[in-house]
Every structure is written in structure tokens, then in C-alpha cells.
Design a protein around this ligand. Structure first.
Ligand code: CMX
Ligand code: CO
Length: 135
């Protein structure tokens, strides 16, 4: 199950263009990838930092996970994502550990990756995403 990388750290923002401009001006990082992922209710931008990414997330509407998050808690850290080699194996392992899975089977996320979420109540209020990158 061991994650082999921290794939990304995700930050919920209200205005993606503004956040990208700020990251570019302050840290010199620019998006390698930008995509609307309708099934997740977000537009996302992936900013490369070393071997990982900062993922900026703008909700597509208030009635989405990130939209509700921003309304209730404001902009901020939303989740961390581990890259795993075998997402079904990782989910089976977590289920066997009794972890509260949001997704029992993988969905397709940005960049064609297979993704699944583990509930934030499971680990110190931290929403965790598993990512099996597309080959
Ligand atoms: N991190 C930590 N806690 C969170 C959270 C987050 N990102 N989002 C919600 N919560 C907490 C809330 O604060 C709330 O806590 P309390 O009960 O103590 O008040 C609790 O979880 C339930 O909150 P809610 O407003 O009822 O939230 P939702 O109905 O949106 O459900 C969750 C929460 C985690 C199940 C939902 O956001 C979800 O399914 N997330 C996974 C999908 C997702 O986030 N997609 C967008 C990213 C896509 C990508 O990265 O590609
Ligand atoms: Co993510």
C-alpha cells in the first residue's frame, strides 16, 4: 500500500486566475496543467514544486464539496494526495483497517488519474486522496 510520492497538496480558492497569478508572482511557479473536472465539481490547476504539485481548486458551484468547504471555512488547505501504485489494493487495505472510505471504488480525476478519497474524520481532520496516475 505504501504511497511512493506526495502527489499534491490541494488548496481551495475562490478565484483560480487570481490564485495562479499570485503563486506565479510570489513563488515563480506556473501551472503545468489546468482542467475542469466536472465530476468533482472543480476547475483545477497543477503547479509543479519539485516532484509534487500544489493543486489549486476553484469550485464550479456552491453545491459541490469544494464550494461547501469555501462557504463554511473560507479558502485554505483542502486535502493531501498520495500517489499509490495500485489504488484497488490501497482501498482494500484501508477497508480492512476499518478506514471510512468516501469512494469504495476509484473515480477518474484530473489528468486521467484514478482517484479515491478517505474521510477527514478518519485522520486528524485531514481529507486524503489516493491517486494512481494514468500510465
Ligand atoms: N478537510 C477537512 N474536513 C472537511 C473537509 C476537508 N476538505 N471538507 C469537509 N470537512 C468537514 C466539515 O468541516 C464537516 O465537519 P463537522 O461535521 O465537524 O462540521 C464535515 O467534514 C462534513 O462537512 P460537510 O460540509 O457536510 O461536507 P460535505 O457534504 O461536502 O462532505 C466530504 C465532506 C469530505 C465527504 C466531501 O467534501 C467529499 O466527498 N470530498 C471528496 C471529493 C472532493 O473533495 N472533491 C474535490 C477535489 C477533487 C480533486 O482533488 O481532484
Ligand atoms: Co486532489
Amino acid at each position: 500500500m505504501l504511497p511512493y510520492n506526495l502527489d499534491h497538496v490541494a488548496i481551495a480558492v475562490r478565484d483560480l486566475d487570481e490564485a495562479i497569478a499570485r503563486f506565479g508572482a510570489q513563488y515563480g511557479v506556473t501551472p503545468l496543467h489546468r482542467e475542469v473536472v466536472a465530476e468533482q465539481g472543480v476547475e483545477e490547476a497543477m503547479l509543479p514544486v519539485g516532484g509534487s504539485f500544489v493543486q489549486l481548486l476553484q469550485p464550479l458551484s456552491p453545491d459541490t464539496p469544494v464550494g461547501r468547504f469555501v462557504e463554511k471555512r473560507g479558502e485554505g488547505l483542502h486535502h493531501i494526495a498520495f500517489a499509490v501504485p495500485d489504488i484497488e489494493g490501497a482501498l482494500a487495505h484501508l477497508a480492512q483497517q476499518g478506514a471510512r472510505l468516501i469512494d469504495e471504488t476509484p473515480r477518474i480525476g484530473g489528468r486521467g488519474a484514478r482517484i479515491a478519497f478517505v474521510h477527514p474524520k478518519e485522520l486528524a481532520g485531514t481529507l486524503i486522496e489516493l491517486v494512481e496516475p494514468a500510465p
